[in-house]
Design a protein around this ligand. Sequence first.
Ligand SMILES: C[S@@+](CC[C@H](N)C(=O)[O-])C[C@H]1O[C@@H](n2cnc3c(N)ncnc32)[C@H](O)[C@@H]1O
Length: 364
Amino acid sequence: MTAASLVARCAHGLEPTLSAEILQLGLGAITHLGHREIHFRALRPGPVAPRTADDVFLLAGHRPDPGTARRDVAALSRLAMEADLDTLLELRRAHGGPGGVSGVSGVSGVEVSASFLGGRNFNRYDVEDAVGSVLARRLGVGYHSRRTAGAPPPGHTGWRVTLDGLRATLMLRIAERPLHRRDYKRHTVPGTLHPPLAAAMARIADIRPGHTVLDPCCGAGTLLAEAGGQAPRAVLYGFDLALSAVRAARENTAGLGVVVGRADAGRLPLPDGSVDRVLSNPPWGGQVTALGLLAASPSHWWAELRRVLAPDGTAVVLLPGLDELPLGLRHGLVPAHVQGVRVSGAQTFLVRLTAPTRPRRTRK
Ligand SMILES: C[S@@+](CC[C@H](N)C(=O)[O-])C[C@H]1O[C@@H](n2cnc3c(N)ncnc32)[C@H](O)[C@@H]1O
């Protein structure tokens, strides 16, 4: 069988983290690092589902970017005409994708999602329809246009078209639905984390078996669920002051052995120096209001973080800006890594901080 050319997509800023995961899992040899995407050549058949990726696709073909004129969009149908559909569907199955249920091709329908860089005199639906109608005809199944309807019914093949100014690229999603949708995430809260970003934070924290891991503002428990998936022998604690968040986190992490409770992150029910890893996106800068002691001052959050962290412990936090880092420093935490990540169009910073090796002296 031909070796598959794959494209893993991620949030902007997570490209290095996703590349490292692809290499560490032995998923393939990286051939290109792009904006929000990593191209790689599979080394062998088998499932390809890195946790820090939004999605993974098979590369189906390239053509020159058609430019800005609406009349040239029709030329994109050639991408659909030239794709080797039989090989793509075979590779999709070989890499853990579904077999499909109907139609001459064994798939039940076609949906296409398009995006492009720069201003154009056409919209994404024009691109999607130009490519999707041809793919559906060739596969002998129906085309689900997003122009007139919402998400397609389950069982459709998911295709993606990107125009980057130079190239138009057609890709076929391997999984039945985007990888960033997690089965565990049945409940959500305002400000909840994108699971691949939570997975990236857990990877950067380097959680070892037996480590005690804490999210002091756990919301729906995304960080704990990702940490538990990556480090099944870790001991996981989550707290939140909002009861709705405590309930959501308990349900989302059910079966992972996570202890979830209601507490103020400014006064945690944990002994000094008892936590090896802290993972958190605290309630500043946007959709969520700081409650309790944190409403008075973020300083309480940093002080508690420092108090519960074991000597040499690590915290990986997502912050809306870097202006708060001096607060962490004032509490004795040392920033060791900073990575900018764009989340829902907003710039955020993923920061790893370490606690000093020596135990902290308690103030009288
Ligand atoms: C940005 S959200 C965290 C989202 C979470 N990481 C997730 O993926 O769902 C911040 C959380 O902090 C909680 N919070 C606000 N003030 C708090 C406090 N004083 N103590 C503990 N949690 C607090 C909010 O209820 C909210 O759930």
